[in-house]
Design a protein around this ligand. Structure first.
Ligand code: 5GP
Length: 145
């Protein structure tokens, strides 16, 4: 999908938000939901999405929503750091298929990195064990402040 287009509420993240699809939930408040990426590029790969949004990407989003969202991205990234003690953290997001975007509901990736551990390929790795994701989600959730 190009940068132009309309929001499709049949996307996977909309289904997760509605509770129609399961996810290992880390954190949620009235504005955002954070959950584990099911095809993680690294252990602890976490996604943060706005709840009440029909923005497919960063460019579509209301700046006021973005301003709040990035605070929660930082909050979750700090919790990932505290829980998993990575050596680095990638925070990223993709806009449009050509840029690598595969799910068209705005989201930020938080990807922990460890010295000597290669990062997996974006959206094309193996599926994680749901039980392991649940444990990681609980570990990260315990560090949300
Ligand atoms: P994008 O490619 O749009 O930047 O990122 C979408 C992300 O969603 C990818 O990292 C992919 O692994 C993840 N993903 C795709 N399907 C699901 C799903 O059903 N559940 C969860 N938790 N993550 C998903």
């Amino acid at each position: 999908m190009s940068l132009d287009g309309t929001y499709d509420d049949g996307n996977i993240f909309a289904k997760i938000l509605r509770g129609d699809m399961p996810a290992a939930r880390v954190f949620e408040d009235e504005h955002v939901l954070a959950f584990m990426d099911v095809f993680p590029q690294a252990r602890g790969h976490t996604l943060v999405i706005p709840k009440h949004s029909t923005a497919r990407n960063l460019l579509d989003e209301d700046p006021a929503v973005l301003a709040e969202l990035i605070k929660d991205v930082q909050r979750v990234a700090r919790a990932v750091r505290a829980a998993l003690k990575p050596d680095g953290l990638v925070v990223t997001q993709f806009n449009g298929a050509l840029a690598g975007q595969t799910v068209y509901h705005l989201h930020f990736h938080i990807i922990p990195r460890w010295e000597g551990v290669p990062v997996g390929r974006h959206a094309s790795g193996g599926m994680a064990d749901p039980a392991e994701l649940k444990v990681l989600a609980a570990q990260i959730a315990a560090q949300i402040s």
